[in-house]
Design a protein around this ligand. Structure first.
Ligand code: 1CP
Length: 353
């Protein structure tokens, strides 16, 4: 059967096993690149960078120019959604994201989807320009945070070590927490559909903090909201595949493969590859999962780690990526070394040999 597209990422997500996998890296645009740091220094602040199409297009294209990745991820952040719902969001140098925390259920009344598309219009403009500027063979990925992961920042007022605020709401005020999650399911669906209409070809949903929950809560607060989101996308924009990154979901990755409706699952660094190949890859394409710190270490151990992933996952539908975002101290030459190793790979030759 002729594939619907010749783009490697779309072929892998359609279930094809490829001679060499497509590759892109989470946070591939970012502070490890000197050209990113130069643009970042010009912008007034991080949100300003996300909302200025000229700058956002430029930093999205930088890693494609330097390394020739097979996919490009829109430059933005998961926290533009709380911003667009009316919450105050800012980024502090050396600290990270900060938000005016939602402290009590009555604060939810201050959030509204009414101004969503107006606030996010510059992101849609960035997507339209990227579709024109990207090389023809590169796939454009849009993204959003999953409802739980975004809610965690909204309730904590920033990053967290123990997620106590989110857990207190979920365990002690489940109805109020459900209202926030439902609002985020709706808003995130609106946002992703608008990204698709502007030109993204795949969407990735980041549930970076899925791994903090006991089983029943993980199902209720991560799997169920993501299921609702993918069901809506499947119904309204059926041609666009979804990649889901439920980081830390452990054995429940299997339930995400069976039930979430995603075409691809992003594997975190800790997930055993043999298990993933057996339990997940017959149902979905898998993406991952090189340890970002191995990419900092480099050398022959990096080659061996890359080979191990290619050997274990390269016999089924597979997208090479990291197990979490690339870190700022990553040496540029290690990324080149990894790319050479992947480009030199030939699954058929390996099987024959
Ligand atoms: O000053 C800077 O340059 C800030 C660093 C930075 C960057 C480069 C932040 C702040 N966000 C981003 C861009 C970004 N964030 C992208 C697009 C770029 C790309 O991938 O090439 C994406 C997809 C994200 C997604 C994101 N933001 C996630 C999910 C992925 C993950 O890493 O788990 C999360 C949790 C965020 C929140 C956030 N924004 C920024 C930081 C440092 C963080 C993480 C804070 C924390 O660890 O709690």
């Amino acid at each position: 059967m002729k594939p619907a597209s010749d783009k490697l990422l779309l072929r892998a997500l359609a279930g094809e096993t490829l001679p060499r996998p497509p590759v892109w890296l989470m946070r591939q645009a970012g502070r490890y690149l000197p050209e990113y740091r130069a643009v970042r220094a010009e912008a007034d602040g991080f949100l300003d960078l996300c909302f200025t199409p000229d700058l956002a297009v430029e930093v999205t294209l930088q890693p494609i120019r330097r390394y020739g990745f097979d996919a490009s991820i829109l430059f933005s952040d998961i926290l533009v959604v709380p911003h667009a719902l009316g919450q105050k969001v800012w980024f502090e140098e050396g600290i990270g994201p900060r938000l005016e925390a939602i402290e009590k259920p009555a604060d939810l009344a201050g959030l509204s989807r009414d101004g969503l598309h107006e606030a996010l219009a510059p992101v849609y403009e960035t997507v339209r320009r990227l579709r024109q500027d990207l090389p023809q063979e590169v796939t454009l990925i849009g993204f959003a945070g999953a409802p739980w992961t975004v809610a965690s920042y909204m309730l904590e007022g920033g990053s967290s070590k123990d997620f106590a605020a989110g857990k207190k709401w979920a365990y002690g005020a489940a109805e109020d927490f459900q209202r926030l999650i439902d609002l985020l399911v709706e808003a995130t669906g609106d946002y992703l559909i608008a990204q698709i209409d502007a030109g993204v070809e795949v969407v990735q949903i980041f549930d970076s903090w899925a791994g903090i929950w006991p089983e029943a809560a993980l199902r209720r607060w991560c799997l169920e909201p993501v299921k609702a989101l993918t069901a809506r996308l499947k119904k309204e924009r059926p041609d666009v595949p979804v990649i889901l990154f439920p980081r830390g979901a452990g054995l429940l990755y299997r339930d995400f493969a069976l039930e979430s409706g995603a075409a691809g699952l992003g594997l975190d660094t800790t997930l055993p590859l043999g298990w993933a190949a057996r339990e997940l890859q017959s149902k979905v394409a898998v993406q991952g999962n090189l340890d970002p710190i191995m990419l900092v270490a480099g050398g022959e151990q990096l080659d061996r780690a890359v080979d191990h992933i290619l050997t274990e996952l390269g016999q089924g539908p597979f997208i090479f990526n990291l197990g979490h975002g690339i870190v700022p101290e990553t040496p540029l030459e290690n990324v080149s070394r990894m790319m050479d190793r992947i480009h030199g790979w030939d699954a058929a030759a390996r099987r024959a040999g």
